[in-house]
Ligand binder design. Structure first.
Ligand SMILES: [Mn+2]
Length: 352
């Protein structure tokens, strides 16, 4: 890893033009890692003598980026191609070449390319693949910056923090490690206003998103002895609620918040009648292999796939896979979380 990391840093130093891109239908981690990477490169590898052209690309319509995530890229120019051929292309937060959407071509055709990501299912599609098992791509970038002793500005910290909290549902899921907490400690020590970021990402839902959630909850159905919670939406629902595609993020988590539910599914019918399906799980139940079997990918507890065909056919394939996974993890009675036997009411004298 160190070797390829060194080569990446060298490539970044030596490139005069760089195209940074992330996956289509970008989430906060994808957008924040693009902007953070651009800032890191500008702050550490450029000056008047060695200017660099750094362009950001993401295959998405502007109206499909929510106000909340829009704040991340505000003022950062997107999708303007200033160069025909770039010296270097870097993809962030993207597990496969095809997820770059229409910019996959640009990535593939750039003579040097780097893939920085944290998805365990990453297909290592670049010349140089930096895939870290971390909470988020933002955390991976921060780690790289620390390894190379790069200058990390407060603004970069704010972006990194945003990527971490959004990819871990406010530190409640995903691959959170001691390192994740160390980074947050460093940010608290730097007196970065984390409260404002928490409020922005977690207490800032639009009315449209609330209506969309209502619509999704209306469709809630249970399977496998109530261990699977299934919800569906359509693109029509999204426009009826005046919501955006991004407003659908997080809705699937409401399924796993239900007692006894181990797998939550949200299927969103697209305009072409195909389905974008999100999967969530909790405990030891993993949805990553299920997503792969359905043609997608992701993490143990967070995964997704795209399905061409009818909803009934999709469910006929998906639900048995889920049941198979659930059979590997039978319901066991949960141990008491707290041990209060030492304060059970009887006085110590009585016990003797
Ligand atoms: Mn991510």
């Amino acid at each position: 890893m160190v070797h390829s990391l060194e080569k990446c840093i060298k490539d970044i130093k030596n490139s005069k033009s760089i195209a940074i891109m992330c996956h289509t239908i970008p989430d906060a981690d994808a957008l924040a890692s693009m902007v953070a990477l651009k800032k890191l490169i500008k702050q550490n590898f450029t000056d008047e003598n060695s200017p660099k052209l750094i362009d950001l690309f993401v295959d998405v319509d502007a109206e499909d980026i929510s106000e909340i995530n829009g704040a991340i890229i505000q003022g950062a120019e997107l999708n303007t191609r200033h160069e025909e051929n770039y010296d270097l292309a870097i993809s962030v937060d993207c597990s496969s070449l095809s997820r770059l959407g229409k910019y996959a071509e640009l990535f593939k055709n750039t003579k040097n390319n780097i893939n920085i990501d944290h998805h365990v299912t990453n297909e290592k599609f670049a010349d140089n693949n930096l895939v870290f098992v971390t909470s988020s791509t933002c955390e991976a970038l921060y780690r790289i910056a620390k390894i190379y002793n790069l200058q990390i500005s407060d603004e970069v910290c704010k972006l990194v923090y945003s990527g971490i909290i959004t990819d871990t549902n406010n530190l409640t899921q995903g691959t959170i490690t001691v390192n994740t907490h160390k980074i947050i400690t460093e940010m608290v020590q730097r007196k970065i206003s984390l409260d404002a970021l928490n409020e922005h990402f977690f207490k800032n839902n639009t009315k449209s998103k609330a209506y969309l959630l209502k619509q999704a909850l209306d469709s809630l159905t249970f399977y496998a002895g109530d261990r699977i919670a299934f919800m569906k939406l359509t693109k029509q629902d999204i426009s009826d609620c005046e919501a955006t595609v991004e407003d659908t993020y997080g809705i699937v988590n409401h399924g796993t918040e239900i007692k006894g539910v181990d797998i939550a599914i949200l299927a969103i019918k697209q305009e072409d009648n195909s389905y974008q399906v999100s999967l969530r799980s909790k405990g030891d139940v993993s949805v990553s292999e299920i997503a792969v079997a359905m043609g997608g990918g992701g993490h143990d507890q967070v995964a997704a796939f795209h399905y061409e065909g009818l909803l009934t056919d999709m469910k006929e394939k998906l639900l048995p896979l889920c049941r198979e996974e659930l059979d590997k993890h039978p319901v066991i009675e949960k141990e008491a979380l707290f041990d209060n036997s030492d304060v059970s009411g009887k006085s110590d004298q009585e016990k003797q």
